[in-house]
Design a protein around this ligand. Sequence first.
Ligand SMILES: NC(=O)c1ccc[n+]([C@@H]2O[C@H](COP(=O)([O-])OP(=O)(O)OC[C@H]3O[C@@H](n4cnc5c(N)ncnc54)[C@H](OP(=O)(O)O)[C@@H]3O)[C@@H](O)[C@H]2O)c1
Length: 239
Amino acid sequence: MGQVPENTVIPPILILGNGRVAKHFSHYLSSQQVPIIQWARSSAIAPLAQIIEKDQPKIGLVLIQDSAIEPFIESRPELHSLNLIHFSGCLSTSHATGMHPLMSFGPNLYEPAFYEKIPFICEKGQLQFSDIFPDFKNPTYTIEQKDKALYHALCVLAGNFSVILWQKLFKDFESRLEIPAGAAHPYLEQITRNLLAHPHLALTGPLQRRDQITIEKNLSALQDDAFQSIYQAFREMYV
Ligand SMILES: NC(=O)c1ccc[n+]([C@@H]2O[C@H](COP(=O)([O-])OP(=O)(O)OC[C@H]3O[C@@H](n4cnc5c(N)ncnc54)[C@H](OP(=O)(O)O)[C@@H]3O)[C@@H](O)[C@H]2O)c1
């Protein structure tokens, strides 16, 4: 944090929830010497109102499941005097300001320096990330509220669905072909490198070559497999 006069008491930031993002962000804030207090329904050591009364946070990060954010805030009047922020990529609500970290937060924490690189996507005309965290270096971008659903759909398509495809390959290599999943790691790494270096040239394979014979063989090999319709959808979309 920036220089603050001696004896100044910095109000802690209240983190609500104890899921993946709450754990990652607690770790990030602590690494930046930002005081935090955390409250979660499953591990609360005191009622929320009591904690707020005692520690006087000014900012609350509502890092809970998207569908629970609005009802949770509505049912907690003790939160209403705080500046509330949520991290959902697709929710826009008058109850809390949305700031979406463009990152995937897995079970393991990252190096503190990595968190500074995570971009935050904020809404135009709303509180910005730098208003809440003026000393943080994270890049921020703003989008119109009406574009938030599209923004999030793109993140889910690319970020989440590609994971499902890779999980399928890892699992079927091992269970159906007796090839260790690790054998595909260099392939995945190089695809990622190619994509970052030359996004427009990164696609290879039968769709890119418009090799209909190979495409038909692939589709027939996926007979009775739920992923056959995924392959077919990509074929139709790519044409
Ligand atoms: N994970 C990511 O990669 C990622 C990336 C960007 C943004 N986000 C956003 O970050 C937020 C948190 O996601 P997450 O991945 O950390 O989720 P998560 O690991 O599934 O954790 C969800 C948290 O929400 C709490 N919760 C669920 N329903 C609740 C309710 N009715 N009242 C109070 N607490 C409730 C859970 O408490 P219990 O344990 O008691 O059920 C848990 O602490 C979401 O808005 C998500 O969209 C996530």
